[in-house]
Every structure is written in C-alpha cells, then in structure tokens.
Write a protein that binds this ligand. Structure first.
Ligand code: NAI
Length: 476
C-alpha cells in the first residue's frame, strides 16, 4: 500500500480540528492541513495564543496544537489543500434536514456533496477520500459516483469510511486512546490497500488490534448504531427515573444495582434532564429515516421512541419545576446553572438547557443563565428564532446572562442545574452564600444528580432531584 505523506481535512469543526491535530501531533513525518470555508474560523485556529481564543473549548486541545506551523496547518485555501494531499478527510457538518423530503429526520448531505464535488473538480492526482462525517448508510457510494463522474481523466479516487467516535468534552483523551478505530473499505485490492494506508497513520499511536476494518456499509451503519445504543441507555434510565419519582425508589441506587451486572455495565446510566449534543438526536433520526426508507416501520418506530422519551423527560422536568413552585412561574426568577449540553464543552447544540430556558420564558418567568464556557452571543442565538428580530427582543425581556453563579441566583426563587459542570457541585460552590441571597422558600432542582441533597436541605433549600421522590410525596 501507498505511504501517505500529506493529509488534508475539510471542516475545521469539533471533529475535524481535534482529530487532525492529534494525527499531526502523533505523526511527525506527516504534513496535515485543515481547510474550512469559514475564513473567520480558520483565522481563529491560526491566531489563538491560548485555550480561550480557540473557536471551541475542549480540555487538552491547546496542548496538541503545539505542532501548528510545523506539521499542522490551517487554511481557507481549500483547493490548494485538496490538490496537495494524498488523503482527504471529509469532516463537514451533516445536520438534520430542515426542509423538503425527510425534513426533521434525514441528514442534510449538501455540505458533504459540495466538498466531494470540490475534490473531484480540483484533484489532478489520485486521492484517498475518507468519509469522517457521520452519514447515512450508503453515502460513500454516492460520493464515489460523484467523484467518478466529475474527476479528471486518469485520476483515481478510493473511498473509505472512517467514522469518528470521540465524545465532546473528552475528545483529546478519546482520540489519544480510542476504544477502536473503524475503517470501512470496498472489498477489493484497491479498497484494502487504501484502508491499509489509513491504518498505518493511526498505527503511529493506536495498538493494531484496536484498528478494525469492515466493509463500507458496516462502518457507516456502526456509527449510527453506536450513537443510537448510547442514547437508548440514557432514555431507558430516564424512563426509569419517572417511575422512581412516583414510587420512592432512587434512580442512582437502581442504576448502581443494575450496572454491577457485567452484562449491563455502569456507564451511561445516569438519569438527567435529557441528552443533548449535535449527534444523538440527529443520528437516531437518521436511523429512523433509513429504516423507513427500507420499509421497516417497526424498526423505525422502535428507535424513534428513544428521541420521544428524551423530549418527554424535558417537559416532565419543566412540569416538576412549575408544580413545586406552587403552580406558577409568572414573575418569578429562575437561575439556570449551565447551558452547554454537557460539562467540559462550550457546545450548546440540542442542549436540554435551551428547551428548559424556553419553557420557563413561556411561563413569563425571569431566567438568569450562567455557564462557565458558553459564549453570550451563542445563548442569544439559541434563544431566538433565526431571521425573526422580534424573537430576540422577546427573549431579552425575560433572560439575562450572569457572569457567575452568585449573580444568577441573586433574588431567584429557584436554581435549576441543567449542566453537570464540576463547578456547580456543592463541594465547589458556596451554596450557603447563594441561599442567603435567594427568595424563600429557595428551591434547587438538580437535573443532573450532582448535589448532596441532604447537605443542601440542612442549609434550608427545598431540593428536588431528578429520579428521586418529590418532596410533596415524602410529606405523606
Ligand atoms: P462543525 O459544524 O463543528 O464543523 C463542520 C465544519 O465544516 C464547519 O466549520 C464548516 O464551515 C465546515 N465546512 C462545511 N462545508 C465545507 C466544505 N465544503 N469545505 C470545507 N469545510 C466545510 O461539525 P462537527 O461537530 O465537527 O461535525 C462534523 C461531522 O462529524 C458531522 O457529520 C458529525 O455528525 C460528525 N461527528 C461529530 C461529533 C461531535 O462530537 N461533534 C462526534 C462524531 C462525529
């Protein structure tokens, strides 16, 4: 197989940049270039002199960017990056379609297609094109057709599927020590040789037995299924949390007892206000759409329930807040702790906090939001409708963004924990001081199971925890 010396990655986002940075960091003899259509994003990657100035927050990311300028380069000159590379990762966004056929379910493959067309147009030498974005099963086939129909005569393209399994918040750790690297290729000599070339790059730091090869379709489908299975565990435990709240069982105890069974395992069994992030919902809906297109309505309905349960969990939690606060939020103030979809990231895509904030605003409640990493501008973007100016004005009537937890909770009737940031734990934050400045009775709703409720109750808080008995029931 061919030894790769130059790699390029299209898409400098949450996946493209950390992945390419780790590849460059671990492969000194490889030149890695990351290209993006957003010149603003690229210049932030180039010019950041510290962690805070990077376009995304990810622990450890700044350290692996040490190779910037040496064998890691960022550019907006996409054509040059394509032309020079032997191997091209396509790591562009694949959001859920908003309009047209499959709207609300199918993936919008417009960005993948335009990146693919660009490669076909520009390439004057053979390329290995690697599908890194999460795509529906058989997308590689479409990419191959586009490349073959539009490529220059004599230029050959090999296509691989290499889905990314990193999780935001632990991306660098996951990339440095992945559970597995999955490479899907065509089952012929050229395909296998291309897969071997890519495997050789990963083998710079990943043990060989963790680099697995399959056919292209298995590889594409595995990524959708992995996310569906992970999200399914969360929805399962969240469904159980509703039973716990109504009976007096404790969801943490149930999860612990069940997780000790080695066939089940302890991970991903934490009840919460619901999962978020750019991938889980999108990828399940993708799987649902795929199942429907394959005329498998029972399969589609089965996976759809995972998303439905997640929506239910968010509205159930909102209801509990309203009921506890004497059935009205009008004119009250809620401090929303956390806006990112999980801790250790600044990403808010599909964050449960967005739904909660919107629900509270609907109840004409003042909401003060504090998140240690999410940028203010992003919060306003998430709370308004794109293109509708009045929606931002409306949001600003009810929402304020606080500079710290104390400011958010001042004069509030309740605190709602939406993100499990370590900084919100009772071992980190001075809840006694917070309590003094709140309206009484002061409520705290732990939507992430991070607080010691007994300790907070002693301070005077009324504590309501997801998956644990409602205090109104415990009075009986
Ligand atoms: P993102 O939105 O952060 O980044 C995508 C980037 O691609 C953007 O900066 C955009 O400007 C750029 N782009 C779009 N079209 C382009 C083109 N033709 N040429 C060059 N650049 C172009 O998206 P993110 O989160 O990095 O996701 C990328 C893919 O990876 C998606 O398919 C996603 O499902 C998948 N994925 C995401 C994970 C995550 O944790 N965010 C984890 C695993 C997979």
């Amino acid at each position: 197989h061919k030894k790769i010396t130059k790699v390029c990655c299209l898409g400098a986002g949450y996946v493209g940049s950390p992945t390419s940075a780790v590849i460059a960091h671990k492969s000194g003899d490889l030149q890695v270039t990351i290209a993006d259509i957003s010149t603003e994003r690229i210049s932030r990657w180039i010019n950041a002199t510290n962690e805070k100035e990077l376009p995304i927050y990810e622990p450890g990311l700044f350290d692996v960017l040490e190779c910037r300028g040496r064998n890691l380069h960022f550019t907006a000159d996409i054509d040059k990056a394509i032309e020079e590379a032997d191997l091209i990762f396509v790591s562009v966004n694949t959001p859920t379609k908003k309009k047209g056929m499959g709207a609300g379910f199918a993936a919008d493959l417009g960005y993948v297609e335009s990146a693919t067309r660009r490669i076909a147009k520009v390439a004057t030498s053979d390329k290995i094109v690697v599908e890194k974005s999460t795509v529906p099963c058989r997308t590689a086939q479409s990419m191959r057709k586009i490349l073959e129909a539009n490529g220059k005569p004599g230029v050959h393209f090999d296509i691989l599927s290499n889905p990314e399994f990193l999780a935001e918040g632990t991306a660098i750790k996951d990339l440095l020590s992945p559970d597995r690297v999955l490479i899907g290729s065509l089952d012929n000599d050229r395909g296998k040789s291309a897969a071997a070339s890519l495997a050789e790059i990963y083998a710079n730091w990943v043990p060989r037995e963790r680099i697995i090869t399959t056919n292209v379709w298995s590889s594409e489908l595995s990524k959708l299924v992995a996310n569906a299975l992970l999200a399914q565990r969360i929805s399962s435990i969240n469904a159980v949390s509703a039973i716990c709240e109504a009976t007096g069982a404790d969801v943490d105890e149930v999860a612990y007892a069940c997780g000790l069974d080695t066939r089940i395992g302890p991970k991903f069994l934490k009840a919460s206000v619901g999962f978020g992030g750019s991938c889980f919902q999108k990828d399940i809906l993708n799987l649902v759409y795929l199942s429907e297109s394959l005329h498998l309505p029972e399969v589609a309905a089965y996976w759809k329930q995972v998303v439905d349960m997640n929506e239910y969990q968010k509205s159930r939690f909102t209801k509990r807040v309203i009921q506890s606060l004497f059935n009205t939020l009008t004119g009250k103030k809620i401090a929303l702790f956390g806006f990112a979809f999980k801790k250790d990231t600044g990403d808010t895509r599909e964050s449960a906090a967005i739904a909660l904030a919107k629900n509270f605003v609907q109840e004409q409640c003042q909401v003060s939001i504090y998140d240690p990493k999410v940028e203010e501008q992003q919060i306003w973007l998430d709370l308004s409708e794109p293109g509708v100016d009045s929606s931002l004005t409306e949001a600003k009537k009810y929402v304020t963004i606080a500079k710290d937890a104390f400011e958010a909770a001042k004069d509030a009737d309740a605190i709602v924990i939406a993100t499990e940031w370590d900084a919100f734990k009772d071992t980190e934050l001075d809840y006694e001081k917070i309590y003094e400045q709140m309206n009484k009775p002061a409520f705290i709703f732990d939507g992430r199971l991070i607080l010691d409720s007994k300790k907070l109750e002693k301070m005077g808080f009324k504590v309501e925890v997801i998956g644990k008995t409602r205090s109104e029931l415990s009075f009986e």
